[in-house]
Design a protein around this ligand. Structure first.
Ligand code: J2J
Length: 508
């Protein structure tokens, strides 16, 4: 897809990162050079490579270079820390780690150092910027000697799941399923060579990557503008300068933008469509998009595992405000079922199951997750509770599982509990979601201390020292003496979390 655009319009700008403007020709040359450079390091087609960049142009040179070399990117978010990156590297058996030296105030070099010590399969660390002891990205530039185009039905990369149980799972997406999803999304979202897409969310997240996101925009020959932060202070001047036509946000950011827009001196009139997704956007907030920002709202309900739903640009207002859209494709099969797996009537809430042309049938190398997450006939159990409305539109009601959707960042209660219980002063812990007016949900950890009294600040400090992403550090820590058990003395973590949450909400 990149070669085609580079031939058709080599001098058109593809990627804007601050003062840097890479044309399609330039991006294409870098992809070729990196592909040859990566293979010259001794990496072999099929090797997995953990890629961790912020919203910077290098991300594109690196991932297209990897695709061309037949290497398989594993997408880490810039916010991930050693615990998550080491997990992704181990799970994928990664041969290399590629990152930028610094981003958003964080230095990735010590992380890379620790990662190399922890993950024996890792043979190379490639760094953009000041590489220190590692291989500089600029040195990974070669010539010729590339394998032919990859098999379209082969795995192109491993995307990561929101992780509803334990650590993130790896999602194998193929070239053809993924390109299908953003090519079809382009049609639904009106993306053409005239589109200017602002990447406000993290570049490696599936929403800004493919719905239709930066990949859809590059496919169509449009322009991708990278925002180093999603705040109005950073994004609004970029919208005005680059005449951005389309962007996607999570609900809390949309609220922030709507609040900041009326007083802003920046011209936002180029913005045609604001997509909101990743977590539930309430109808009250949805109603305010056009008055505040002067553009059309599109709701997007998607998942890295596949299925993506959009409200359509010509839908009536009440559909756009009150639903999370309908699937991309007529070939997307959507089932809404009760706890026993029986289909429920239209309008009744139930578990959403999905199967279709771009929805995975299995996670990468994870038999136990696969047994839980897929039905025998290949439907993915999304874990979402939805209502199906006339016309196939879906309204998301919430989650069946115990993950916390904090401003679109998915946090697994189980994963955080494991870290909490590692504290020598903590006997047991259970983390739950609490409704939050800005974040949608925030995290609250219930902690039983062993003996000596603990402080919430100590617990949070400990969590940071464990090397986990900041968004997973509990927003609130509540100390309790014990978790009450049922008469049977047995209680599943799931029931326990549900009870704690109910008690907390009743007492606040
Ligand atoms: C309620 N919950 C939503 C919405 C996602 C496009 C858009 C989003 C994602 C994404 C994505 C929601 N209302 N509008 O990959 O391509 C929750 C659901 C879902 C989970 C998936 C895309 N949009 N969600 O958010 O893999 O619970 O993908 O199952 O990060 O986010 O999370 P993730």
């Amino acid at each position: 897809m990149l070669r085609r655009q580079a031939q058709a319009q080599p001098d058109i700008v593809a990627v804007v990162d601050g003062d840097r403007r890479w044309t399609y020709g330039e991006l294409n040359r870098r992809a070729d050079a990196h592909a040859a450079g990566f293979l010259a390091l001794g990496l072999l087609p099929g090797d997995r490579v953990v890629v961790q960049f912020g919203n910077v142009a290098e991300f594109f040179g690196v991932v297209f270079g990897l695709f061309r070399a037949g290497l398989i990117p594993v997408y880490a978010l810039a916010a991930h820390r050693l615990a998550e990156v080491a997990h992704l590297a181990r799970r994928s058996g990664a041969a290399a780690y590629m990152a930028g030296d610094r981003y958003a105030g964080f230095d990735y070099r010590p992380l890379a150092q620790a990662l190399r010590a922890e993950v024996p399969t890792l043979r190379h660390v490639v760094m953009a910027g000041d590489a220190g002891v590692f291989t500089p990205l600029d040195a990974c530039m070669g010539e010729g000697g590339l394998p032919g185009d990859p098999d379209p039905s082969a795995v192109a990369f491993l995307q990561i799941s929101g992780g509803s149980t334990g650590l993130p799972k790896l999602i194998p997406r193929t070239h053809d399923d993924y390109i299908y999803s953003f090519r079809a999304s382009n049609g639904i979202c009106g993306v053409t060579e005239k589109t200017v897409y602002l990447v406000a969310l993290p570049v490696a997240h599936n929403f800004p990557m493919s719905s239709p996101g930066h990949m859809g925009t590059l496919y169509a020959g449009g322009r991708v503008v990278l925002a180093p932060a999603p705040s109005p202070e950073v994004a609004f001047p970029l919208i005005a300068r680059e005449k951005v036509t389309l962007t996607g946000l999570v609900p809390p950011l949309a609220l922030l933008w709507m609040q900041a827009a009326p007083g802003t001196g920046h011209d936002l009139s180029s913005l045609e469509v604001l997509q909101v997704g990743g977590a539930k956007f309430t109808p009250e907030a949805a109603k305010r998009v056009r008055p505040a920002l002067g553009c059309q709202l599109q709701q997007v309900f998607g998942m890295a595992e596949g299925l993506v739903n959009y409200t359509r640009l010509d839908d009536p207002d009440d559909t756009v405000i009150g639903t999370q859209g309908r699937p991309i494709s007529d070939d997307d099969e959507v089932l809404v079922v009760d706890d026993l797996g029986r289909p429920v009537p239209e309008g009744t809430p139930g578990h959403l199951l999905a199967r279709g042309p771009y929805t995975i049938r299995a996670y990468h190398d994870d038999p136990s997750a696969n047994a839980r997450s897929f039905t025998a006939d290949g439907f993915y159990r999304t874990g979402d509770i939805v209502r199906r409305l006339p016309g196939g539109y879906l309204e998301v009601q919430g989650r069946a599982g115990d993950h916390i959707n904090r401003a679109g960042e998915k946090i697994s209660a189980e994963e955080v509990e494991d870290h909490l219980i590692a504290h020598p002063g903590i006997f047991d812990a259970a983390m739950v979601s609490i409704p939050d007016p800005v974040l949608g949900e925030r995290s609250c950890a219930f902690v039983i201390p062993r003996q000596a009294p603990l402080k919430a600040s100590e617990v949070k400090m400990f969590m940071r020292q464990r090397g986990i992403a900041e968004f997973k550090v509990p927003d609130q820590v509540v100390f309790v003496d014990a978790f009450e058990t049922t008469a049977a003395g047995k209680v599943s973590r799931k029931e326990l979390r549900a009870r704690l949450r109910t008690q907390f909400l009743a007492s606040n």
